[in-house]
Design a protein around this ligand. Sequence first.
Ligand code: ATP
Length: 304
Amino acid sequence: MNVAIELTELTKTYGIRRGLDGLTLRVRAGEVFGYLGPNGAGKSTTIRLMLDLIRPTGGTVRVLGKDPRAEAVRLHRRIGYLAGDFAVDGRQRAGECLSFLAGLRGGVPAARITELAERLELDLAARIKSLSKGNRQKVGLIQAFMHQPELLILDEPTSGLDPLVQQTFLQMVAEAKAAGQTVFMSSHIMSEVEAIADRVAIIREGRLAAVDTVAALRDRSLLRVRIDFAETITVEEFAALPGITGLVVTGTGDGTTLTCRVDGAPDALIKAAARHTVTGLRAESQDLEELFHAYYAGENPTGS
Ligand SMILES: Nc1ncnc2c1ncn2[C@@H]1O[C@H](COP(=O)(O)OP(=O)(O)OP(=O)(O)O)[C@@H](O)[C@H]1O
């Protein structure tokens, strides 16, 4: 396996504050990797450590097989980086700024910059200080993508972008992947990375809470079930069934409704329910956003 990023037992403390706490993570070359976590989880800290913008308290970082501390300058040419707080000289015009940055990256054809600006609908003649937050973010995206780097490291790339531009951004990521580039992008919203990420990691309070493919995470999620009965049923009949949690029974007289979560096969629940007259049945997988909120809150959403 070709590894693009390898973090081992990575720790960063800011005085007494914890930024990262023993994070071990591998990102494969060529994959789109979503890095998710709530505010303050340690996403930007991880990214800054990868780029040697800050130094670890403990552990090691390897990016494209190199130590970013020893080879920062050479590595930066092979990376496209969008900072969470991307900021450049506001007096410059967007096009001038991008040409200048292109020079630092070893040169980029002007047509490539124009093409990206057209796709993102950015006016290259506008002064950066006159641009809205979303339009400044487009400048940040172009400077990260323009030299077609081996590795894109994007900290909250969709921040401030309207939904149409977000779609264009997702296409750009898909094209980068098709061209064999690796994309590491952070976000605090699952739906932003769900569609394009091969794998996602979820971090919480500086630690890894989960890492897997989106499909596998979805498979791990629980089933939410609601069953309506014609007659009165009791909690006791269902409470001891395997994999059942959050059991609630409501209503009396005209019928009862049972709601619960099921981990694993719902067979025992269905057989127990079939002893009664079932007037309604609904079962749905916990949606991913909900699953992530449970991870964020420090629960064990898979119930395992
Ligand atoms: N320069 C700093 N000095 C002190 N504490 C810091 C510093 N930078 C980050 N922290 C702390 O480290 C923790 C992780 O912060 P980090 O910015 O990496 O989180 P994040 O996941 O990127 O959050 P956000 O989504 O809000 O950007 C937070 O508790 C934060 O307060």
